[in-house]
Design a protein around this ligand. Structure first.
Ligand code: CP
Ligand code: NVA
Length: 306
């Protein structure tokens, strides 16, 4: 039985992504007005976390409750997955009891394998390759503050990691130019760069990348699973810290985003999240609203009419 999955931004059309963003804003308004909206009553989301999380877990769990359903947190430590049960077997069994499954994992192939055997939608809550749910929140935040991002310039500063790969996919799907500034050897995965063509430029100098940019985004220098490389990365990435002075080179109405958690004094200066150009807190809150729109689309599409 085929289900609709969200493993990457490319699993939706540009029109569907725009509709998701609009719907996220609508659901946010409903919640702010105190209106109860429970299209997912009796629906259950399973959440498999192989890595730590604050925002992803909370936003999916709170989102399901607010939509009238429930979420179950599954740690591999406490399930048979952690003792070697094949992903395909787990997918068959779990998807026979659940209405959707969210997975945060290391290898992206775990997600694709689970999705192949799942009867219900599978959502990527972050893999080593991609973090598409974060991009829904980022794009919603930009849209709320500045309108359409089409034709704008975005600068990604730092590691060519899972977030950076998802920014490349976003550049394609939302039609913006992306400049990536990273140290040599820390470029994003060539598969994503090849797909993006001229829409994405890789540079070494962060000042060149942010010049005139409408959005500047960064992320931790050491992602989950790379802890052993921390000391080397701290040294190599030092010239890539985003500061107020760096943002001064961007467009006068630039927004700064960080998916969080942040390491002040590393990828951002101590004061950057207090700068009026930073929208990191709105961005974090929008995980809730954007993913409620996503859950509605995947689990109960009849309600999704943004
Ligand atoms: N941005 C993000 O995914 O945060 P968590 O790791 O806390 O879920
Ligand atoms: N790149 C980071 C994102 C955390 C939300 C990581 O993978 O750890």
């Amino acid at each position: 039985m085929s289900a609709r999955h969200f493993l990457s931004l490319l699993d939706c059309t540009p029109a569907e992504l725009s509709s998701l963003i609009r719907r996220g804003i609508e659901l946010k308004t409903l919640r702010n007005r105190g209106v109860l909206f429970e299209p997912l009553k009796n629906r259950v989301l399973g959440m498999i976390f192989e890595k730590a999380s604050t925002r992803t877990r909370l936003s999916f769990e709170a989102g399901m409750i607010q939509l009238g359903g429930q979420a179950i947190f599954l740690s591999p430590r406490d399930t048979q997955l952690g003792r070697g049960e094949p992903v395909s077997d787990a997918a068959i069994v779990m998807s026979s009891m659940l209405d959707a499954v969210m997975i945060r994992t290391f290898a992206h192939s775990t997600l694709t394998e689970f999705a192949t055997h799942s009867r219900v939608p599978v959502i990527n809550g972050l893999s080593d390759d991609l973090h598409p749910c974060q991009l829904l929140a980022d794009m919603q935040t930009f849209f709320e503050q500045r309108g359409s991002i089409q034709g704008k310039t975005v600068a990604w500063i730092g590691d060519g990691n899972n977030m950076c790969n998802s920014y490349i996919e976003a550049a394609l799907q939302f039609d913006f130019q992306l400049r990536i500034a990273c140290p040599e050897g820390y470029e994003p995965d060539p598969r994503f760069l090849a797909m993006a063509g001229e829409r994405v430029q890789v540079l070494r100098d962060p000042r060149q990348a942010v010049a005139g940019a409408h959005l500047v985004s960064t992320d931790v220098w050491t992602s989950m699973g790379q802890e052993e490389e921390t000391a080397k990365r701290l040294q190599l990435f030092a010239p890539y810290q985003v500061t107020r002075e760096l943002l001064d080179l961007a467009a006068s109405d630039v927004l700064f985003m960080h998916c969080l958690p942040a390491h002040r004094g590393e990828e951002i200066s101590l004061d950057l999240l207090d700068d009026p150009r930073s929208v990191a807190w709105d961005q974090a809150e929008n995980r809730l609203h954007a993913q409620k729109a996503l859950l509605e689309l995947l689990v109960e599409p009849a309600y999704h009419h943004a």
